[in-house]
Design a protein around this ligand. Sequence first.
Ligand code: UGA
Length: 455
Amino acid sequence: MIIEPKISVIGTGYVGLIVGVCLAKKQKIICADIDTKKIEALKNGVVPIFEPGTKELIKENKKNLFFTSDIIQAIKDSNIIFVAVNTPSSYDGSADITAIEEVSKTIGQNLNENKIICIKSTVPINTHKKVENIINSFNSNYTVDIVSIPEFLREGTAIEDFINPDRVIIGTKNLNSFNILKNIYLSSINCDKIIWTDNAAAETIKYVSNSFLALKVSFINEIANFCDAMNVDVFSVSQGVGLDKRIGQQFLKPGPGFGGSCFPKDVQALIKMSDDIGINLEIIKSAVKTNELQKDQVIKKLIELVGNLQNKKIAILGLAFKSNTDDIRKSPAIDVIKKLQNFGALIKAYDPKAMENMQKEIPQLQCCPNAYKAVENVDAILILTDWNDFKELNFVKISKIVNQKIILDTRNILDIQTLKQLEFRVDTIGRSCIAKNKLDDNNFEKLKKQDSFIL
Ligand code: UGA
């Protein structure tokens, strides 16, 4: 029975760090990671990832935060251990839980009191049993209760998402552990939906949530392509459809395809798990296929605008898989750049935060110090990430320094009318009807801007 919680978080990646830093508002938290460089940086207030608000929160909760690379000591000094280590994709699409197994061994070898082990990482269904078996194989005198407590925060809005979640899922068969975790969470977050499930359901909820959201993105991408062919504005459609509460407005923004460290990996892992037991998740497989095809759609649209891409200079604005992050894992920009290079295009790129990471992935990529340098003398501008910075660019200036006034805005973040007034040839994903209209034909757009869209 745990009377006074002593908490550690193992793994200081995008999830572990945010969990530790946010929970430190009300209690002491040990954040542990085997990466000594990362820990040294964190001790000095340097955050190794770009996640808005994290640096400030570390400062604010400083007195409750302890960073260490001594995992064994962190285990010994805590009775509630959050495990938030990486579970990357294996070669066959399954989630690689090596890091989870390693941490479980270390916990088993160093059990010095009864503990609650909270699995935060996204793990295949029934991983909690593996963790329990590994820990128990060391025949300690102490017991552990494994709690599966998936995380739903998004990169870029991680702190806000952690503190104000739609729900918290606590998967355990032990009511005492549920109550302890519930109280820990309620001390630091705002949420009136704390859901108690068993471990396997909690593990499954995480995969199903991400897969459903990925499905939603692929769905709207297909609809956007349909809208373009039918001369219909996808914004009107997604708003009209999304206002139905059963459907919802979120995750209906078309773009160059979903990326990141979660959707692609988790969708593949769910497909692999189901294939292994002979269940065919056809819809989810289609969402993956649609996502791949969406990058071809970007290239197709660019060719429509520019013609033959051989030796054409293209400026890519946005390399991160989405705005407000430096993360380029499975970013659509990676595939699009490679495809453009295969067509012989000459690429210059700019991203406010993700250039360093992208240059590790594509070393020969020419990155520029700012957006204006990137667009200088190019034949087309291709927007791939929805950074606010790009909305604020001076397109009058840009119109004078490009070689050809062509923009493909795959995220629909720019004002089409302004660009058209500057005589840019514009296209988007899902709003071609507006982008390709003559200026005078867009009266409806002007009226909508003046008046409230929804009465
Ligand atoms: C996702 C989930 O949204 C989180 O709930 C989850 O906790 C996280 O994965 C995880 O498993 O750790 P994240 O990968 O940070 O979060 O990014 P999202 O904001 O979900 O976006 C994923 C991808 O979909 C991005 O490439 C984004 O640009 C794209 N997207 C999203 C769209 O193209 N359109 C949309 O309307 C929404």
